[in-house]
Write a protein that binds this ligand. Structure first.
Ligand SMILES: C[S@@+](CC[C@H](N)C(=O)[O-])C[C@H]1O[C@@H](n2cnc3c(N)ncnc32)[C@H](O)[C@@H]1O
Length: 250
């Protein structure tokens, strides 16, 4: 199979939002086909890892078509979800799914950027980002924003693709990711570049130990990266720092 031509990993908001707007109508279908349905399991692991109360408020950054929000509510894992994304067409699909699920009272989607979150400081119990952080032009700024909006001790879960390290699997996966996925993606989405950008952006994303450092530098504590499905995906977990207690008795 001939190689798919290389694609730029430039991540300006206009380019990234334009790309997701263009593939929005086929995005969910492609997720199911290309991951053989495992994507739902990955999201459910991330939601469960937060360990939130059923009345908690979750902020889902880079929410796309609202799959995390809907799964979290279907599992009764949280009380309310606010989703943020800058691609209007992805949000429009999400709004349709939320209405169909009867969740409009508990899930709100906002148009906004991960590097300037539309939420007040210390107001949410949990933050999730599923397959979005590698697309953010300045992920370190987004990490600072996430720690800012979390209440003290609030929990973070980020899902992002990785590169499996098991030798045989790594070769097979690279072949699938570089040759099969871009072709199937182009065929179903009708978009020439988006599904070539996907493997390119995964290769361009820092390895787990480096991204954990970015989270620590933003102020997160207890940062961990757990490989899922043999390292095809990593689940990053972290906790916002506790409130600073000032001793006024002295
Ligand atoms: C691969 S999709 C993931 C969508 C969803 N979280 C899911 O699990 O299916 C990535 C999403 O991130 C959004 N995105 C990327 N960079 C962003 C940014 N800086 N601010 C807001 N949304 C962003 C894109 O518009 C897109 O909807």
């Amino acid at each position: 199979m001939s190689a798919v031509p290389p694609v730029s990993v430039e991540k300006s908001p206009d380019r990234i939002s334009g790309m997701f707007d263009a593939i929005a109508p086929r995005y969910d279908l492609l997720n199911r086909v290309l991951s053989a349905g495992i994507d739902r399991y990955w999201r459910s692991r991330a939601i469960r890892s937060l360990g939130l109360r059923s009345d908690a408020v979750l902020l889902d950054v880079c929410c796309g078509t609202a799959d995390v929000a809907l799964q979290a509510r279907a599992a009764d894992a949280v009380g309310r979800v606010v989703g943020v994304d800058f691609a209007g067409a992805m949000l429009a699909i999400g709004h349709g799914k939320i209405a169909q699920a009867g969740e409009a009272g508990r899930i709100t989607l906002l148009r906004g950027d991960a590097t300037s979150l539309p939420a007040a400081s210390g107001t949410v119990d949990g933050v999730t980002v599923a397959f979005g952080i590698r697309n953010v032009e300045r992920p370190e700024v987004a990490c600072h924003e996430m720690v800012r909006v979390l209440r003290p001790g609030g929990r973070l879960a980020i899902l992002e693709f990785g590169e499996p390290r098991l030798p045989g699997l790594a070769v097979l996966y690279r072949w699938y990711f570089r040759h099969v996925l871009p072709r199937v993606g182009r065929l179903i989405s009708g978009h020439g570049v988006a599904y070539s950008y996907l493997p390119a952006s995964v290769s361009n994303f820092p390895p787990p130990e480096v991204f954990c450092q970015t989270l620590r530098a933003a102020g997160f504590l207890d940062v961990r990266a757990v490989p899922l499905t043999l390292g095809i995906v990593y689940l990053y977990m972290a906790t916002a720092p506790p409130a600073v207690v000032t001793d006024v008795s002295r």
